[in-house]
Design a protein around this ligand. Sequence first.
Ligand SMILES: Cc1cc2nc3c(=O)[nH]c(=O)nc-3n(C[C@H](O)[C@H](O)[C@H](O)COP(=O)(O)OP(=O)(O)OC[C@H]3O[C@@H](n4cnc5c(N)ncnc54)[C@H](O)[C@@H]3O)c2cc1C
Length: 378
Amino acid sequence: MDFLKASTLEEKLDLIQTLAGPFSERAAANDLEGRFAFENIQDLKETGYTKLTVPQNYGGGGISLYELVRLQEAIAVADGSTALSIGWHMGILMHLSETRTWNGQLFERICRAAAGKAALINTCATEAQTGSPTRGGMPETTATEKNGEWVLNGRKTFATMSPVLDFFIITATIPKKEAVGSFVVPRETAGLSVVETWDSIALRATGSHDVVLENVKVPLANLAEIQTKKKEPAGYLLHIPACYLGIAEAAKREAARFAKSYTPNSLNHPLAELPAIRQKFGEIELKLMQARHFLYSVAKMWDEAGAEQRKEMGPELGAAKMAVTNHAIEAVDLAMRIVGARSLSEKSPLQRYYRDVRAGLHNPPMDDAVLMQLGARV
Ligand SMILES: Cc1cc2nc3c(=O)[nH]c(=O)nc-3n(C[C@H](O)[C@H](O)[C@H](O)COP(=O)(O)OP(=O)(O)OC[C@H]3O[C@@H](n4cnc5c(N)ncnc54)[C@H](O)[C@@H]3O)c2cc1C
């Protein structure tokens, strides 16, 4: 199985289907134990999935944003934690390929590692005191230039995939410049440690632990970029709503399986034939259709837009994220109403979907920020 050899999106989706069975079988145990989805991420590495957003000239697949959201959604149907985890790696590489804001040699090094040994990357931007970096707070993690190296000190929270990352992109304040830089820190660097703090009830298999940096030294060339004050719209973040849409689709399928197989002794037909239940499925389907059309069309719009048009797409991207995520939350809720109290059983995947889908509210951009942006445009 090799994703790089699959030439069409349909072929790639078929490959996801082959991986999906084991992913969903592992999901319940990983969730129960709060264990990182090691095997799933390994499968995605071995099959070349993690190389799909590396530019083709560095040996990757160079796929489009539309393809990425379709594939990420399909992974999330099997396991939301795996989708969100790998989505960061996939999206960041896509973003850097599009913007080329990094120092060129460093970008090439990361791409070659991602395309060669399937190295994994993610950004650690959140801290306890800044909260979401989208709010504009300066990191309390610092980077100081000393004896021809950068020395980093601080602590990051919510570092998804921290158990297996090869490269951590650490945002840090450079006090001398009063600026924020992004620094690439290889996993084996002395002074970097992962502290296993991830106790969230949602997406428990993402390994989103704390990362501590104690006098971490990296070469000057590992400063990837200095962040600009103005944040440009970033299409790759649509991997986030794709994840929650996939979770909602899984909830719908589980409710349908139940409604077709359960005939209470007060009825002479399965639950699925009750008009009230059928209407609820109709509501779910409507929400998911709206979500899909919105997500896919904004992703395609991004793929077709030039650099200047993309700068104007912030409201569309934010609106798609907010609408899809909230529709997904509502769809999971409806699926649980269909199944009834059994949906709250520890054995039911629905209670996991219910917890997992809520995490979407706390991934960027947050609803209030989206609405403010839309309001400002009006
Ligand atoms: C499953 C999961 C995976 C994640 N993975 C990563 C990752 O890999 N890397 C990473 O860097 N981060 C990651 N995050 C962190 C995420 O991006 C957010 O930074 C984090 O969820 C904190 O957001 P928050 O809104 O809860 O926190 P806060 O920003 O602290 O907000 C708390 C509350 O205060 C409000 N608030 C705070 N500041 C303002 C303000 N200025 N204006 C208005 N309201 C404000 C918020 O609306 C919210 O209600 C992940 C989060 C989750 C849930």
